[in-house]
Design a protein around this ligand. Structure first.
Ligand SMILES: *Cc1c(COP(=O)(O)O)cnc(C)c1O
Length: 497
């Protein structure tokens, strides 16, 4: 098997092994790690169809994490995809209105981030061991809601790690916030910032490039790492479920081997859909990659015009995990359509950093033909929830509803009837108020937990354990800070002052 090394999207730095890329998170020049080639699947789709989730995970991940031994990788997979998931299948699929909803929300925090964040701590501690790292690993994360809790749940009490999560104080749902501030574990630290998600993300990036702080931390026996979706250790596990979804449809006789499927992905940071793009480049028969945005439709505009422009008003929507104006993972796609040219990519990213916009060339645009960008307004999102509930009794969350709505528009526009998988990224129990409100305004006056019980009743689904747990849990974190105080809070948590 050919080794995969990871290089930077911004300059010709020496490529590193997968374990080093996982440990570093970001490259030293501020770019992202990308595989030096995309490996092809080395098992047939028919063979993969006979495997369970863990086995498929191994077959996909071994192709990227080539410096992990079989024992190491299988160990990580076994620790991640176990009883923490409330479904034997790990990611079950539901059929509604002729589309297949790939339910990525059966993990510890009932959102798709669990798919990657339940395995990342194990990939990281394995990587540290492989590289003779003695420092404790400090995970630093900015979250628009779901990443935070999923990372906390993944890392809490994992030996040799600590985790600090920054979230926009007024930019997450009440249930998301409660999930985070009730997090147990001496190695966890949660802080609300006065700003939006992009402010939190920019603040975290700044801490990562702070050499003085890095030296202080090293002297104290710590080193930083990232659990954000830019870490290659997040991206690789996300490729797995697209392969798995395809092979389930094959096993169930819904498609023939080799037949194309489309995928629709509700998108924010562009991590999830990028994983689908990688799966396609590995040989998985995916036709269209449908990128669904909410009112923060930077990506829709980008796919339509070739101009990425973040200079616009930031809109708070009912799908907060997609309220993003800088989709970090898009850089990996830009790099690829620039012909793996770090200089051209670095120029575009510098323009994004400076003027807040860039325009790709016509040649690059031609390489985006497999993507279709769409968006759904708040009304359209609510209408999709109501329509699917009324038609099939199936309740989807607001993020998934953005995707379902965009899929409807796509079909209307193109007439394309290719079998389609919609990435269902959160349980409706995570965004209960918006979901119930979409179904009927009469629910407006209920409390959050009354809504939970009502949703359970009308959808005929048991309340997930993740929600039951926080009903009466005490608040354990009440830190709030300004963006420029973020480095000080990190020092405080690590006793470095
Ligand atoms: C994070 C998240 C998204 C967006 O995924 P990206 O990989 O950032 O594009 C969509 N839906 C939910 C529920 C999420 O948590």
């Amino acid at each position: 098997m050919k080794e995969v090394l990871y290089k930077s999207t911004r300059s010709n730095l020496e490529p590193v092994s997968a374990s080093v890329a996982i440990l570093k998170g970001l490259t030293e020049d501020g770019g992202l790690f990308v595989p030096d080639h995309i490996p092809a699947l080395d098992k047939s789709l028919g063979e993969l169809a006979a495997m369970d989730y863990r086995e498929v995970a191994y077959e996909v991940m071994k192709l990227y994490l080539t410096d992990f031994t079989e024992e190491e990788l299988k160990g990580c997979i076994a620790k991640a995809y176990d009883g923490k998931f409330d479904s034997e299948a790990i990611v079950p699929m539901a059929e509604a209105e002729g589309a297949y909803f790939l339910e990525l929300f059966h993990g510890a925090t009932i959102a798709f981030k669990d798919m990657a964040l339940s395995i990342l701590p194990h990939l990281l501690t394995t990587s540290a061991r492989k590289n003779q790292i003695r420092n404790e690993i400090v995970i630093l994360t900015a979250t628009s809601g779901d990443t935070g809790k999923a990372a906390l749940a993944g890392f809490a009490e994992v030996e040799g790690t600590r985790i600090v999560v920054f979230y926009p104080k007024d930019g997450v749902s009440p249930i998301q916030e409660k999930q985070m501030v009730t997090q147990k574990g001496d190695n966890t630290f949660v802080v609300g910032i006065r700003g939006n998600f992009d402010d939190a993300q920019t603040g975290v990036k700044k801490i990562f490039s702070d050499r003085e702080l890095a030296a202080r931390m090293d002297a104290g026996g710590f080193q930083l790492s990232s659990a954000n979706s830019i870490n290659i250790g997040r991206l690789v596990p996300q490729i797995v479920y697209y392969v798995y979804a395809y092979t389930r449809l094959l096993a169930e006789g819904k498609i023939q081997e080799g037949q194309r499927i489309n995928v629709v992905v509700p998108t924010g940071n562009f991590g999830n859909i990028l994983a689908a793009y990688y799966a396609r480049n590995m040989g998985l028969p995916i036709g269209r990659l449908i990128c669904a945005s909410n009112d923060n439709k930077v990506l829709y505009d980008f796919f339509r015009t070739g101009v990425y422009d973040r200079n616009r008003e930031f809109v708070l929507t009912s799908s907060p995990s997609m309220d993003i104006l800088i989709s970090s993972n898009l850089e990996r796609l830009i790099y690829r359509i620039a012909g793996d040219d770090p200089e051209q990519n670095a120029r575009l990213m510098a323009a994004l950093g400076g003027q807040g916009r860039y325009e790709i060339t016509g040649q690059m645009r031609e390489l985006l033909q497999d993507f279709y960008g769409g968006y759904a307004t708040e009304e359209e999102t609510a209408a999709a929830i109501r329509r699917i509930y009324e038609a099939c009794g199936y309740v989807i969350d607001t993020h998934t509803a953005v995707a379902a709505s965009v899929y409807g528009k796509y079909m209307e526009e193109t007439g394309d009837r290719t079998p389609t998988v919609i990435a269902s990224t959160a349980s409706p129990f995570k965004f209960t108020r918006s979901v119930m409100n979409a179904i009927d305004h009469k629910y407006d006056s209920m409390t959050d937990f009354e809504l939970v019980d009502e949703l359970s009743r009308i959808a005929n689904v048991t309340v997930p354990a993740a929600i039951e747990e926080i009903r009466n849990a005490p608040v354990l974190h009440d830190n709030i800070c300004e963006v420029d105080e973020m480095p000080d809070l990190v020092k405080k948590f690590l006793n470095l002052q």
